[in-house]
Design a protein around this ligand. Structure first.
Ligand SMILES: [Zn+2]
Length: 314
């Protein structure tokens, strides 16, 4: 699943601002809406090739045992497609998590104002950039941002636990929709794998000359499904690896130089942090209100309160 990382912008370019490539990220929003139609078209093509052209014919004209097998396959495939579409729109429509206005990581507003004055004179050099838990300020949003938040150049705001901006879901993938994005990828991979397996026997028969007529749409669908099976496997594997160590795509590069990685609580706790503790919710693309609140509280907690003393010593 190709994705566009539109993370930190290139602030401070002055006269060269017009050359800032991240300005063009806004154009991705327009492209994104076309991508929603493209995803729906691909899903429709696959469903038509599998359910109507292949399984539908087996159910209507096949021997009894073929009919039963095709019926079971149709139910399984339809369920995967339904979950894929549900997860997709959950990822598209869910607000990924913004930084509340006037949020700051300090004990009180006075400290926040004082730190901002220091930040305005000394900039980010005041703090150790190798420390992911350092106080961080966004010049574009004019607001402090919690650790793990990043400014998204496409949506023009800071996103909590930002992973990347994905043109396929026309949305930034962050704290509150990362689970839905992962489920979308996983259901898409499973549906494409099943579709390729269902379509392949008919195509083999056609190319062997055992079947006189073949459908172009079935062939096209098989090629696309097989391509997604291969390409999504690597992408899914990468995200499962990141999930197991509690790291985002943006943080992947930070993690290579920061040891030990401060957010890694063990694979099971890392999994629960994204998918929730209730096993029956793991496969469903939604969070309960209590779960959403817990996730927001976790990232907006202010661990830096204890660090102000250390910061003032710099
Ligand atoms: Zn920002």
């Amino acid at each position: 699943m190709p994705a566009v990382d539109a993370g930190n912008g290139m602030g401070g370019m002055g006269r060269l601002a017009w050359m800032n490539v991240f300005r063009f990220c806004k154009a991705l929003r327009v492209l994104g809406h076309v991508m929603v139609l493209a995803v729906l078209a691909l899903v429709g093509l696959s469903f038509y090739a599998v359910a109507v052209e292949t399984l539908g014919r087996g159910i209507a004209h096949g021997a009894p045992h073929i009919m039963v097998l095709d019926l079971v396959l149709l139910v399984v495939f339809s369920t995967l497609v339904f979950m894929l579409v549900w997860s997709y729109f959950a990822a598209v429509l869910t607000e990924p998590g913004s930084v509340p206005e006037d949020w700051h990581p300090f004990a009180d507003d006075e400290t926040a104002t004082r730190e901002l004055q220091r930040w305005n004179t000394g900039g980010d050099t005041l703090y150790d950039r190798a420390d992911p838990q350092r106080p961080r300020y966004c010049r574009k949003c004019h607001n402090w941002k919690p650790e793990r938040a990043h400014h998204c150049s496409v949506s023009g705001r800071c996103i909590l636990k930002m992973d990347h901006y994905c043109i396929w879901v026309v949305n930034c993938v962050g704290l509150l929709n990362y689970k839905f994005f992962l489920l979308f990828i996983a259901y898409t991979w499973a549906a494409c794998l099943l579709a390729a397996c269902i379509l392949m026997p008919g195509l083999v028969e056609y190319f062997r000359g055992e079947k006189k007529s073949g459908s172009t749409l079935v062939f096209l669908s098989f090629v696309i499904d097989a391509a997604f099976v291969v390409s999504l496997l690597g992408f899914l594997g990468m995200h499962l690896k990141l999930l197991s160590v509690n790291c985002t795509s943006i943080e992947m590069y930070e993690k290579q130089r920061i040891h030990p990685w401060p957010y890694n609580k063990g694979w099971r706790s890392n999994f629960d942090e994204v998918f929730g503790p209730s096993w029956w919710q793991w496969l469903l693309p939604f969070h309960t209100e209590a779960e959403r609140q817990r996730m927001m509280d976790t990232v907006l907690a202010a661990p830096l309160i204890e660090r102000v003393g250390a910061v003032e010593d710099v």
